[in-house]
Ligand binder design. Structure first.
Ligand SMILES: [Zn+2]
Ligand SMILES: [Zn+2]
Length: 263
């Protein structure tokens, strides 16, 4: 569809179904999903469901933590104790799930399947990367490969898109990296991790769920494993385990937030 036609369609849709900021409830004026460049570059524009003002007030997660014990560690490196049992070497968490707008945006993305939510979330992720650089840590220093945590085929069909993959692609585009969505596949379709309370059961639920294809592409590489949200870290660790068994050198988890949604 030509751009101006799409713009007209968006304009009409906005009149019929006006979008509101999930935080302050005011109507938003976004550039729409096709004209999103302006908004995603961080310039003045609302997102579909987050006004510029509320979005601008979202803070990054202050203290990064160990994937295993959740204790604060420098730059989210896995602590010496947890290192034995957790195959993720470092965990980068973008924002705090206790921020109500972060939770609402993530919920809309994950459970209401609103694809355009990837735009504000990608901007937050980029803020995170920039902040790491200010701490003299270059996340992309050794030309890592971005790999999204995969969904099972059945779940992908229900949802229409893999939220982790859209985010990984957006980051890869921005930083001129390669995103490989076909290396790691999910062979089992277990329960949602969020539905399971006990850590041991979460571990069991994801065990042997993943397979690696084209192992020559990951040999001796640093992998940035991208996901929207992590809770216990069991999924990231299981992915990291199979990636390392297939020759990956280092696995860094990169997520938008950590924790569980309030019901
Ligand atoms: Zn607002
Ligand atoms: Zn630890």
């Amino acid at each position: 569809m030509p751009n101006y036609t799409q713009k007209t369609v968006n304009w009409i849709l906005d009149i019929i179904f006006p979008k509101k900021c999930l935080d302050c409830n005011k109507f938003t004026h976004s550039t729409g999903s096709t004209g999103s460049r302006q908004a995603s570059s961080g310039q003045a524009a609302d997102f579909d469901y987050a006004c510029r003002k509320c979005f601008g007030e979202i803070g990054l997660k202050n203290n990064l933590e160990c994937v295993g014990c959740k204790r604060q560690t420098r730059l989210g490196f896995t602590c010496a104790f947890c290192d034995k049992f957790n195959k993720t070497d470092q965990l980068i968490i973008t924002a705090d799930l206790t921020d109500p707008l972060v939770e609402k945006i993530l919920k809309a993305y994950k459970y209401k399947f609103i694809q355009s939510m990837v735009l504000p979330l990608s901007v937050l992720a980029r803020r995170r990367v920039k902040k790491l650089l200010s701490k003299k840590f270059s996340l992309f220093g050794d030309n890592p490969l971005l790999i999204p945590v995969p969904l099972h085929k059945r779940r992908l069909n229900e949802r229409g898109f893999n939220q982790a993959e859209l985010l990984a692609e957006n980051l890869a585009d921005t930083y001129h990296l390669i995103c490989e969505s076909n290396i790691l596949t999910r062979v089992a379709n277990p329960k949602h991790q969020a539905e399971i309370k006990k850590k041991e059961e979460r571990l069991e639920n994801v065990k042997n769920n993943f397979r690696v294809k084209n192992i020559e592409l990951i040999r001796s590489k640093t992998i940035i494993l991208v996901d929207d949200i992590c809770t216990s870290g069991a999924t990231l660790n299981e992915c990291a385990r199979v990636l390392k068994e297939s020759g990956a050198k280092r696995v860094i988890g990169f997520v938008l937030a950590r924790g569980q949604f309030k019901k």
